[in-house]
Design a binder for this molecule. Structure first.
Ligand code: HEM
Length: 279
């Protein structure tokens, strides 16, 4: 046997192409695990800061707290909006990630259905309360912040309606996509806090006037809090399609990874600088 024949009979090392679809799934799972942890911290913050004073004193529980739009003497409807807003926020922030964990869906389908309905109702009522507070009480920021958060409230209502309609029509693929869009819009206020604190920690607050809570960074974040997560979600849907090439999938991973690192920094900064000190 000459050398060439010996070489051909040896087991050849296969050059396997990278499985980019699995890499996309792994990057999304990593993103989700960190986001779920950050949601859990915000959830416990809401429980610890708002539930005890409201349980003890009702509307008056919000008096003197860090919420400029939280309590007004004599404004029963506005106070009801504020109290229901912060109480239901716990279901939106705590329930959203739980709904997306496959093992919960598979092992506890009844819980998944009940939580799904509670999440939807909480997101809708909380948004209506938020819209009412935004336009009847003066909070921090200016007209730009009022408009950008209003768009989020409207998106939540529209996505909730479409998630219900597709579920009732048993169009499950479409339902999944609208439910995920609802999750992104429902968590926009969480993205806002995390990105704000992450940015403040990394740059010292470039583009932010803390006195008036205005400035170019806050205007960009006002829109970015839901546009960026929704854009990434649509890109993820695209990456899941059979015909999508590995170039688009690698570009998605290359974009999601730095965003995930920034999100992790933001969660740390929001926990240490905003949530823990108030608990
Ligand atoms: C559905 C998702 C939402 C959640 C989970 C949520 C959560 C919260 C939380 C926890 C607070 C208390 C502030 C803090 O301690 O961080 C708050 C305040 C507030 N939210 Fe929301 N929110 C949501 C959506 C909205 C929307 C869509 C609007 C307006 C359209 C809105 C308007 C407000 C206003 C005006 C305040 C009072 C701020 C102040 O007193 O200055 N929220 N929200």
């Amino acid at each position: 046997m000459n050398d060439a024949v010996i070489y051909q009979t040896l087991p050849q090392k296969q050059s396997r192409p990278i499985d980019t679809r699995r890499a996309v799934d792994l990057s999304v799972k990593t993103w989700f695990s960190i986001a779920a942890l950050g949601h859990a911290i915000f959830f416990f913050y809401i429980l610890a800061v708002f539930y005890p004073p409201i349980a003890e004193s009702g509307f008056y529980g919000l008096k003197g707290m860090h919420l400029p739009a939280g309590f007004r003497e004599g404004d029963t409807l506005g106070n009801l909006a504020a109290v229901s807003h912060v109480l239901l926020a716990a279901i939106v922030i705590g329930g959203g990630p739980l709904q997306l964990i496959p093992v919960v869906r598979q092992r506890a389908p009844r819980f998944h259905r009940i939580l799904g309905r509670s999440y939807l109702l909480a997101a809708v009522i909380s948004s209506i309360g938020g819209l009412y507070m935004t336009w009847t009480r003066h909070s921090i920021g200016n007209l730009v912040s009022q408009i950008t958060i209003t768009i989020d409230g409207v998106l939540i209502l529209v996505f909730a309606f479409l998630a219900v309609r597709t579920a009732m029509g048993r169009r499950l693929g479409e339902h999944r996509r609208w439910a995920l869009r609802l999750f992104m819009a429902g968590s926009a206020v969480w993205f806002f806090r995390v990105a704000l604190m992450g940015w403040a920690m990394l740059t010292g607050g470039v583009g932010i006037d803390w006195e008036s809570f205005t400035g170019p960074f806050l205007y960009a974040l006002g829109f970015g809090q839901y546009l960026l997560p929704l854009l990434m979600l649509e890109w993820y849907f695209h990456c899941q399609k059979r015909e999508t090439g590995s170039g688009a999938q690698l570009a998605f991973i290359g974009t999601l990874l730095p965003l995930t690192v920034f999100m992790a920094i933001g969660i740390f900064a929001a926990t240490m600088g905003m949530w823990l000190p108030r608990m």
